[in-house]
Design a protein around this ligand. Sequence first.
Ligand code: ZN
Ligand code: ZN
Length: 735
Amino acid sequence: MNNKYALVLVNIKGLGVKTFSYIIPDEIKDIIKIGQAVLVPFGRQGLINAFVVGFSNYLPEEIKAKKINKIIDETQLFTLDYLKLTEWVANYYMTDLVTVLNMVIPLKLLEHNSKSEEYIEFITDNNATKRQLIILNQLKEKGKTKLITFEKEVKTTRSTIKKLIENGCIKLTTDEIYRNPLQIFEQKVEPLFELSGEQKEVYEKISKKINSDNKFPILLHGVTASGKTEVYFKLIKDTLDKGKNILFLAPEIALASQLTKRLTKKFGINDVAIWHSSISEGERYDVWQKLNKNEIKILAGARSAVFAPLQNIGLIIIDEEHESAYKQNNPAPRYDTRVIAQKLAEFHNAPLLLGSATPDIVSYYKAKNSGTLFELKHRFNNVPLAKTSVINMQEHKRAAYKGTISKILETEIRETLEKDQQVIILVNRRGYSTFTQCQSCGTVLECKNCAIPIVWHSDEQVFKCHYCGSTQSFPDECPECGSNALHNTGLGIQKVELLIKEMFPDAKIERLDSDSLSRKNEHIKLLDRFQNKEIDILIGTQMVAKGLDNPNVTLVGVISADASFNLPDFRAPERGFQLLTQVAGRVGRGEFKGKVLFQTYNPDFYALESAKEQNYEDFYTTEIKAREDFDYPPFSKIIRLILSSENQFRTEKSSMEIAMRLRIMVDKFGIKEKLEVLGPTECVIGRLQNKYRYQILIKNKIEEKGHNFISKFLSQMIMPKDIKLAIDVDPLDIL
Ligand SMILES: [Zn+2]
Ligand SMILES: [Zn+2]
């Protein structure tokens, strides 16, 4: 090592994760490496832990560097390649390395060996369980915590316990069994399923593709219940046989947990680990260490797992690749797991396999045009797709129960229940109504912080803002005209739940949406109960469209099938099509035939018609044409700049200035056609949490060159302090 200085990463209270330069003393010059833990002097805090992330020979003159005290641990906690990946992420998403590292590296790594004996103060309440109190008391006796008992809401207790878990003070709770299903499984490995004719054919083709060239990603488009998982498992087996490791991603924690259970059954408990945002800091730390020592062969997880330091990767699988949960919206970096997985695959020279019944239009377009598209066109065992009918509510509203549940749907529900089979009802609107309006003056009640109608929740008897989460009670009178003619309008899931309970008083009916889930893991438990036939009718938002594989479900009803198509976003038809096709796929997965009913006021809409036929190809053909006509992805990539502040005028002015200067720049460099600047416009959600919002959209046709150009441009802009700029690369919505 000839470098004089090491750049190290530290986590400082109040400042967060930062990098600083230190002098490398002669005695460690030959052994210091990227990713090692070192001890460095840091102001009044004395010696603190740090991680080596880079080297240099020069420092700006004004900086007086101190010496590294010593290397704590010679093992590298991350590699140079890992750092390169994070640097690439920072560039692509136009943020800085520290922001990325802050997100990906477990904080406990940075605290390693140092402050575990810290004195922690806890507040709890009278609702704490006996077990929790015992643990808290034990800690108190050990002098690690001070226990004060207050009468407060339960929330305090949970967060307290969470803190304890994160600090490694508590080892196992019942919750943890759900978060880490590995712990409840014995080591008993089952054989893999035999592949069916079509599965085998597709598996062999993919396998050949993997071994022949590196044109990735590969897309496996299989209709719902076609058995994609069996194909994945066979490919996993092959990868293991080659002595390589597998990263397997699912869009949500609940699905990742289900997946982990299946993986451990097939491949044994020792080789499999799980990674997602809800695992504790302690677990994250343990898994990180194991990954580093190459002790884990299959890592399953939700989107953050793409940053886990899995070694020797031979295959990356992203299941349900169309799901928007793969994109992080906030905070920065606003990354798309699929983009990073592709980079990771390049680093490891490994294939990336995407799978879905309703692929992202962009993924499908790319795969189709690069010979990496593989399709499973039939359901496993040739079970037929469910018969889907569209009910035109313009004709059926009058006879419908309270204008909402059509006679046809009512009859079908009744017949299904009589056969002792189960029903799923999809209502993709939270709350009781969709908005509340004064019938005297027309005022629509809006959130005080956001320019968005608030939604009445009959369960909790409050209005909720679905954007900032704030709540308020029902006003005595209209805030504008003072009359008491406020009326809940539109159809929300809670209203549908009440109606269906009125119609079928003897049925066991449950609701699944984010409001009904007050506790962690309730989602998984509810789905388990549905699976065990303890629920007859499950009414849910888009949450019911995912991952349910219950052969006893023979009817799916969608109350307002057009609701998802009406958002002012170019992806709305795609999202609507995906949702309807996915929910229709939940039905008739076993020996019984299934039926699907879409209630709608707009029966001729192309995306609805394609969803009715479950014909992806049809939808794709229409949709890709529209994308091409308007230069939307895949024909461009979008970079979205969102400016926000409490002052509307200043926000608009800054937005106009940025857009104007950017236009001048792209003009000057002759790339006007390749970096098209649109706007500024007020965002569809013009005010959010008391901040006015304006956006500039850039249609980029020169890939990462465009990112570099915009980054450089923005770094030269001096922004007013009160105006916040958020950069969203490849945004999934433009509201
Ligand atoms: Zn009024
Ligand atoms: Zn709000």
